[in-house]
Design a protein around this ligand. Structure first.
Ligand code: SF4
Length: 236
């Protein structure tokens, strides 16, 4: 039996925990900790621990299915491509739009872009990250000079106060939640603002419920209080 460990990244959330896939005779059979990543230090949440299961799951689709007489039936890839091509050809370029995914690699997204622009010749091309991320990129770049996270995950555990808004961190990004929990154990105050009292909110020191969509008003109110009381970092 040939067994090896292949280092990779957990596919489930944006925390990006490192892990080893345990490969036995060319079959992925498990996940083992990868200790050298500063992001997760060898730990994984339950999603990561079982991240290999879908690879060999019996529920996984391994052949294309084409609907015939109202029922999906197995088909060859050639048949599937014929159907896809004939359907796509029945539309004019402007009638087609393509939505790319953050769940595939940069290389796949590049190929999707080439396919949309070069083959389908449509200008209607978008990516799901534009919905959730483009506004944060613009805001962060304007405010801090970079459209990405400006601190390391390790810094969170060193914080004296953690303010969370728009995130159910403990469930959505559990290993970042672990850093928040460590900060709290070290005496940090955790303030949580969200329309829902999530598990993250239940473990916070202060929970602020607000009406969905009024985030900007909350920030404006906080800034007004800070400036009114002269609490801002004037040197910054
Ligand atoms: S926090 Fe959990 S789901 Fe997210 S990357 Fe790490 S192991 Fe995967």
């Amino acid at each position: 039996m040939a067994m090896k460990y292949v280092q990779t990244t957990c596919p489930y959330c944006g925390t990006g925990c490192s892990m080893n896939l345990v490969v036995s005779d060319d079959k992925v059979v498990g996940v083992a900790p990868y200790h050298r990543s500063p992001v997760n230090e060898g730990k994984l949440c339950p999603k990561g621990v079982y991240a290999h299961e879908f690879i060999n799951s019996e529920d996984r689709l391994t052949t294309p299915l084409i609907k015939k007489d109202g029922k999906f039936v197995e088909a060859s890839w050639d048949e599937a491509y014929e159907v896809i091509a004939s359907k796509l050809k029945s539309y004019k370029p402007d009638e087609l739009s393509v939505l790319a995914s953050a769940r595939v690699s940069n290389e796949d997204n590049y190929a999707i872009m080439k396919f949309a622009r070069g083959v389908l010749k449509t200008k209607h091309l978008d990516h799901c990250a534009r919905l959730c991320h483009s506004s944060s990129v613009a805001g962060l770049a304007t405010t801090f000079g970079s459209g990405a996270m400006t601190n390391s995950i390790a810094d969170i555990a060193e914080s004296k106060c953690v303010f969370i808004i728009g995130s159910n961190t403990y469930e959505q990004h559990p290993l970042i939640g672990r850093s928040v929990a460590r900060a709290r154990k070290n005496g940090a105050k955790v303030i949580y603002a969200d329309p829902r009292l999530t598990p993250t909110g239940k473990q916070a020191d202060l929970y602020m419920a607000f009406r969905s969509g009024s985030d900007v008003a909350i920030f404006n109110g906080m800034m007004q209080e800070i400036i009114k009381n002269g609490w801002e970092d004037k040197d910054f």
